[in-house]
Design a protein around this ligand. Sequence first.
Ligand code: PLP
Length: 411
Amino acid sequence: MNTDKLKQLDAADPLRHLQEAFDIPEDTIYLNGNSLGPLCRASRERINEVVNDQWRSDLIASWNKHDWIDLPLITGNKIAPLIGAREGQVVSCDSVSVNLFKLLSTALMLRPECEIILTLQDNFPTDLYIAEGLSRFLGDARLKVRSLDLEDLDLALESTPAIVMLTQVNFRDGSALDIEAITRKAQSNGSLVIWDLSHSVGVMPLEMDRWNVDFAVGCGYKYLNGGPGAPAFLYVAERHLPHSEQALQGWMGHKAPFEFRPEYDASEGIERFLSGTPPIISLAALDAALELFDGTDSTLLRKKSAALAETFLILKAQYPELDELQLVSPTDPELRGAQLCFSHEKAYWICQALVERRLFADFRNPDVLRLGFSPLFLSFSGLHDAVYLLARVMREKSYENHKFAKKDKVT
Ligand SMILES: Cc1ncc(COP(=O)(O)O)c(C=O)c1O
């Protein structure tokens, strides 16, 4: 594939106008939007407005005057169409970890007879840690965690009803599960299902309502570009809302928080899943970034990120020195999310050498180089430079330098 063909792909890209909305430094190729989305101009302007106009001038009156108090719901309602949910079922708050804790507690209260959380061994570690922590807290007799290999999932879904907790797109290899089919199977046996959409939202067509999903969580700082540590979100299906309680019931989930009553009385809506005071600056940055998705069909997002990844693989195949980077993601684009993962024994070193040359990727233990293909800000032409740079690093073995061996806290 040559540069003319890449330019043609860019010219035909219906999302190309959105690249301008981001402020990515000139000399940078950013294939890491799957980990931390880049800064968009709207978020910077909004943070500025919240800090310098609202907080500075209107101080505490801003909670009402600038609708700060409703921001978790306003932002949640902007995420709702991206996951195929009607309004009022999504709220933006806390981290994915905390939201998982809340929803697991909800599911256990809805199904007192369920004594098992069913999950996969290679789920994102925080999901496993939260489930195990809850099990330790409640005791083994009330709750056990069964972490399976994928090939054992089907059979397990047919046995005892459980709280099924799964992540659609695997963080380490990018493989994707079929939410609709798994949800249907689990529910036919009386189980409730919680989906982690962290690596899905903003790149995969999602239909929470149509697929009859019970609960979901997802990240705000990856493909939604909400900023470092942006609030996450949670989804609760309308049919569960009136009966759903959660263990982290705090004053922001109360029907009338400013009546300061000693008894807890949960809000009617999805706000009952709030706990404490929302982080307004972070939430505002996420809320502004979500405007970029306004009116964008999620099938277009999926189509573009899949085309970017396929183009990357075609370009990679043109360089024999890249053969030693083994694709560990599924080869069928239908079976993976928006990332490509390659294994190499020196993956960490390679990643550091790339980042030094301002091609951003990330590394996941033990030997995975991860590249994300965000549809909003990447161009097809940019992939040419990315693959050329990667090939040069591999050909010259410039990653074989001890300075790249030092592991920082965050990889
Ligand atoms: C699938 C998945 N779930 C959860 C998390 C962690 O989310 P949080 O830091 O918001 O708890 C991540 C972070 O990368 C993730 O990839």
